[in-house]
Design a binder for this molecule. Structure first.
Ligand SMILES: NC(=O)c1ccc[n+]([C@@H]2O[C@H](COP(=O)([O-])OP(=O)(O)OC[C@H]3O[C@@H](n4cnc5c(N)ncnc54)[C@H](O)[C@@H]3O)[C@@H](O)[C@H]2O)c1
Length: 395
């Protein structure tokens, strides 16, 4: 009955077109047999969505930049959110105050340290999702104090995994790794252009098959954690997902000279602080606005049947790139409506990549994610937060 089969195939395709809007581009190009797979995934997605409402979500590092944006979204969408943070990062108590202003007591705050396994075990016990974003975030700090970096990022992640493994509900576990696990990528051919470095090949950016090459204590501690997280899916069946992230930026990011360059340069420009560029300022990054990252967490969780055990490069992708000063400075000056002070220049930092651009197609294929905010739009959203909160920033 080939005619009937074709009709069923068409019906499936049409229903997919209406049911899975974010995935239309993926499935409309597929063969009929794949459409059936897609239909199964649609059903699964719907079930996962239902499971998603009212989930108990533990966010380690929930006071920090990514963590408070995640918390805000998941509290707003009626999840039961627990924040676990030791306020290691200067300034982040302001983020908790902001969450309290918006949500009152609709979330739980546990002041705890990742290095305290028993505290994590108690915090994770009832969780259905663990978003593990707490960490030591700066390469420079890791070089100055590699033991502390190891204990927070490697041992701390191991503790979080063990806590999740012993939790009652086999929670989804998403970990924020970094593009630094790919090292300096010295073998990747690049060219120097007037305002930036660019890849000779790799037009889509760097994908997840890129060999690992940990460089700097931070690269090593995050890389070890990244591999543990991936392996817990294989060995213990914990539904884990690794996001290897490029530069994320947005409101509530207390950028400092050592980390979070987008926020730091906006803050420094607004406050009139001197700015030092390490290298020549033509280093290129793909940048991602934080709301888009929050959506990636949500979609990867909804599609955990596909994303479990997987690693994804997550960033702005080839469409959202910027050289860190030569291109960024004029754009920032335009957004702030005034000239910026001239920057001074210093030596390159260890392991600093001339170009890093994420190939984000795997996340699109697996859970229909891609960035929505462009660079200009994202920067226009972070600038007002800095301007309105100038009193919070100290040099
Ligand atoms: N922001 C980015 O561009 C980016 C890029 C790649 C990877 N990452 C990773 O994403 C995660 C979050 O980054 P962020 O930008 O939100 O940083 P952040 O510093 O704003 O947030 C990290 C939070 O973790 C908390 N923390 C640190 N050590 C802790 C400990 N021992 N116990 C409990 N809490 C602790 C801090 O107090 C802070 O609130 C980090 O793991 C970082 O390595 C971030």
């Amino acid at each position: 009955m080939p005619g009937l089969a074709a009709n069923i195939g068409n019906a499936v395709r049409y229903s997919l077109t209406y049911v899975t809007l974010p995935l239309v581009g993926v499935f409309s190009l597929q063969t009929e047999s794949y459409s059936w797979v897609a239909l199964v995934r649609v059903g699964q997605q719907k079930r996962n969505r239902e499971l998603m409402s009212g989930r108990r979500v533990l966010i380690t590092g929930g006071a920090g930049f990514l963590g408070c944006n995640l918390a805000d979204h998941f509290i707003e969408t009626s999840h039961d959110v627990v924040i676990f943070d030791n306020f290691y990062r200067r300034g982040v108590h302001h983020n908790v105050e902001w969450l309290r202003e918006r949500h009152g007591d609709r979330f739980t705050l546990i002041e705890g340290d990742l290095r305290d396994y028993q505290a994590l075990l108690r915090a994770a016990d009832a969780a259905e999702a663990v978003y593990h974003v707490a960490g030591q975030t700066a390469v420079t700090a890791s070089v100055a104090n590699p033991r502390e970096d190891f204990e927070i990022n490697a041992l701390g992640t191991f503790n979080a995994l063990e806590a999740a493994r012993h939790a009652a509900d086999n929670p989804v576990f998403i970990f924020t790794s970094t593009n630094k696990v790919y090292g300096g990528m010295e073998d990747v051919a690049i060219v120097e252009e007037a305002t930036r470095y660019a890849y000779v090949d790799h037009l889509w950016g760097i994908d997840e098959s890129r060999p690992l090459d940990f460089h700097s204590p931070y690269g090593c501690s995050k890389g070890a954690a990244d591999q543990y997280v991936r392996d817990y899916a294989r060995i213990y069946g914990l539904p884990t997902v690794v996001f290897r992230m490029s530069s994320i930026y947005g409101p509530h990011q207390f950028g400092v000279e050592d980390q979070a360059w987008v926020a730091y340069f906006v803050i420094a420009a607004v406050k009139g602080w001197p700015i030092t560029i390490y290298g020549d300022g033509k280093q290129v990054r793909d940048v991602l606005y934080v709301d888009d990252l929050v959506r990636a967490f949500e979609l990867a969780t909804e599609h955990i049947d596909v994303s479990a055990g997987q690693v994804y490069n997550i960033g702005g992708g080839p469409r959202n790139t910027l050289s860190i000063w030569v291109e960024f400075a004029p754009l920032l000056s335009q957004i702030l409506g005034r000239p910026l002070k001239a920057a001074s220049y210093s030596d390159w930092r260890p392991g600093d990549q001339r170009v890093y651009i994420s190939d984000i197609r795997k996340a699109w294929r697996d859970f229909g994610w891609e960035p929505q905010a462009g660079v200009d739009e994202g920067l226009r959203r972070i600038a007002p937060w800095v301007l309105e909160n100038q009193a919070l920033f100290e040099p």
